[in-house]
Design a protein around this ligand. Structure first.
Ligand code: TRP
Length: 339
């Protein structure tokens, strides 16, 4: 039986936080152990350049994300784990795909449209002010990431569904013109994965600056948990777990029975201070071993580099021959006569 190719990318602009872990990293690592699946997981460092012009941050984030996935037990024997920029075929394919993509399709991309709308709302004379071509072409690069490896399934957050639809459009158009090169991929949006709230109660997100990094040293980790916003109910007053950030986070980690027990504590009026300390201890126990592995890995960037280069080699077993066929089929060929 041929394996299902599952592919996803992580943009290297930030430090992985609890929300990333629960929403994306944990399920991806689980599938890395499933031998019916061939996972391609990569660090999207070209995508990072679109919104980040701080070289140190891109490099540091690449290190942190790679260390995080490895520390959490990614199975790199089964999964192909690589850095986008180590696969030159991605950039090459991105150009070719761009040449069959209607500009109008890109005009309709949410990320670009949101940037234009922001200019409009601040009464800018130029609707494209501050928008680079990287942002405009973002969905084409993403289509290249996906199509090059003939991914069947692409696990993404809701905000990325449109990009997968565009990859399908672009892949279909290329196939129509040049022959059936690409599998047409499907987006997988897991409705069951929890969406965590952050320090201020809004969705935990880098863009709200309300995140709790996954592998913060213990003391700082505790400090942040203590900072999570709650309401002003007093100890002894019954509290609603379902609107509580602390409970939401706990639920994403705990077993059913554990969750039921804490729900009861809310009814009985557990004090916020006590719940925070409890949550800290619970998460800390849960993350301790992985944190130790993470700290070890961060201290050995050479090891991570070697793992990523090995991953790139595995990825290029697929991408090099595909690109060779694709080049031929678009008419970029050797002119030397075959004897
Ligand atoms: N754009 C995606 C994000 O920001 C990351 C990404 C890049 C990606 N290339 C991809 C995800 C290919 C899935 C498939 O979340």
């Amino acid at each position: 039986m041929s394996k299902t190719i599952v592919l996803t990318g992580i943009t290297t602009t930030g430090t992985p936080h609890l929300g990333n872990y629960v929403g994306a990293i944990r399920p991806a690592i689980e599938s890395s152990h499933d031998h019916n699946v061939l996972p391609f997981y990569f660090l999207a460092d070209y995508h990072a350049l679109i919104k980040c012009i701080e070289p140190e941050r891109v490099a540091q984030s690449t290190l942190e994300i790679a260390a995080t996935w490895l520390a959490l037990g990614l199975d790199t024997d089964n999964a192909v784990f690589y850095r986008q920029s180590d696969i030159p075929e991605i950039a090459e394919l991105s150009w070719m795909l761009g040449c069959v993509t209607a500009k109008g399709l890109m005009n309709r991309a949410h990320a670009y449209k949101a940037a234009v709308q922001a200019n409009d709302e601040s009464n800018e004379a130029d609707p494209d002010k501050g928008i680079n071509m990287g942002l405009f072409n973002y969905p084409i690069l993403m289509a290249a990431d996906i199509l090059l490896f003939n991914a069947h399934k692409v696990p993404v957050g809701k905000d990325q569904i449109q990009h997968i639809e565009m990859a399908r459009d672009i892949g279909g158009r290329f196939n129509h013109i040049y022959g059936p090169h690409f599998n047409i991929p499907e987006a997988v949006v897991n409705e069951d994965t929890a969406i965590l709230s952050g320090l201020d109660g809004r969705k935990m997100s880098k863009s709200y600056d309300n995140t709790i990094p996954l592998f913060l040293p213990e003391k700082q980790f505790r400090k942040l948990i203590m900072k999570i916003k709650t309401n002003s109910l007093e100890p002894g007053e019954p509290k609603d777990p379902d609107t509580c950030t602390l409970f939401g986070i706990y639920k994403a980690f705990a077993t059913k029975d554990e969750v039921a027990a804490v729900r009861k504590r809310y009814e009985e009026g557990i004090a916020w201070g006590e719940m925070k300390q409890f949550l800290f201890e619970y998460l800390n126990d849960h993350l301790k071993l992985a944190r130790e592995r993470y700290e070890g890995l961060i201290q050995s960037p050479d090891k991570i580099e070697a793992i990523l280069l090995e991953g790139a080699e595995k990825a290029r077993v697929y991408s090099v021959p595909s690109m060779k066929t694709i080049r031929e089929s678009v008419g970029i060929r050797s002119l030397a006569r075959k004897l």
